[in-house]
Design a protein around this ligand. Sequence first.
Ligand code: LLP
Length: 384
Amino acid sequence: MTLTKEEVEQLAQLGTPAYYYDLPLLEQTLDAAKTAAEKRNFHVHYALKANFNERLLSLIQSKGFGADCVSGNEVQKSIDLGFAPDKITFAGVGKADKEILTALRHDIFAFNVESIEELEVINSLAGEVGVKANVSLRINPNVDAHTHHYITTGLDENKFGVPNSELEIAASILRKCENLTLVGLHFHIGSQIVDLNVFKSLCVKVNEWKNWFEERGTTIKVLNVGGGLGIDYHNPDTNAIPDFEAYFEIFDKFLERTPKQEVHFELGRALVAQCGTLLSRVLFTKSGIKKNFLILDAGMTELMRPALYQAFHKIERVGDVEGAESLNYDVVGPICESSDCFGKEVLLPKSKRGDLIAIRSAGAYGEVMASKYNLREEIRYLYK
Ligand code: LLP
């Protein structure tokens, strides 16, 4: 990637490590998603968990997206930043009473409910507040997302959703919960899904479960198919904007629905990943017995994905590197953990102390997963 002269100067003032956000790219990505979704009358809620940076959120809100939240604080933040309450959903396998109350008081669109006990608690809290709450039942469809096992969520062994064996009971309990209205069914099978056939399999399951409920006389207004669309971590420049057309087309084609039934999506990564880059400087270089190391001032505390999931992020030298000799480096951070490594055997121009390194596609699940481990400094920001 390249930075302008002004950006390099700003960065020199600011210091590193810093998250760099390309807001024009974010806008293009949002527009592409919006166009493809609106064409089919689909509703997209942005999954705040991917990145709740206010500059990004404000842009996302201004484009008319809804908000998919997983905590009371995310619900509150969405409200504070102007997301319409009737476009806010609250998901999550463990919602605290306090968080449920926050969402009830803001009269959000719906709770995505993950257990029978949770249905009963929301029903009783809604009664105390004197409101009626919309709920969608999260069903675990047992579809393999073929992604990293830490980010697969839709298999029988995963903790998410009401187990299929309990749906009959859930449906009958719902009929008795006078403070709840069942508006929809919710599914989410995992993240960083790049094989679109997986979504085809999801549609088959959604159709089955929708029919199951309708056969029992329950009207389903909303089919919420979750998020999960992956991005191209290897080609952040040539493939910066995901193929939203192809993605939404799968659902348009394979999801059975009446014109009255709404289809909702909860996209996180696909919207924000490519606009973010972690910028870092080389602190030291070192030639070990077997390896060359580039030791950066950024570590797993700023971007945890490589350490946690062995996730690939493209690593580049920033600046003029024309004709430079290349070397294979293990690119590591300063944190006292061997897993604090951004990439092994990465071919880079021969580098020295002070050189600038870019770790790409870091806009999703990057700064939000940062930690204070080793009492690290606050993250710095640079915006395009
Ligand atoms: N809806 C639900 C219920 C979810 O659990 C998630 C993500 C999403 C929507 C948004 O999924 P996306 O469109 O971003 O794939 N930290 C991991 C990813 C965890 C995803 C958690 N759930 C990573 O860095 O890869």
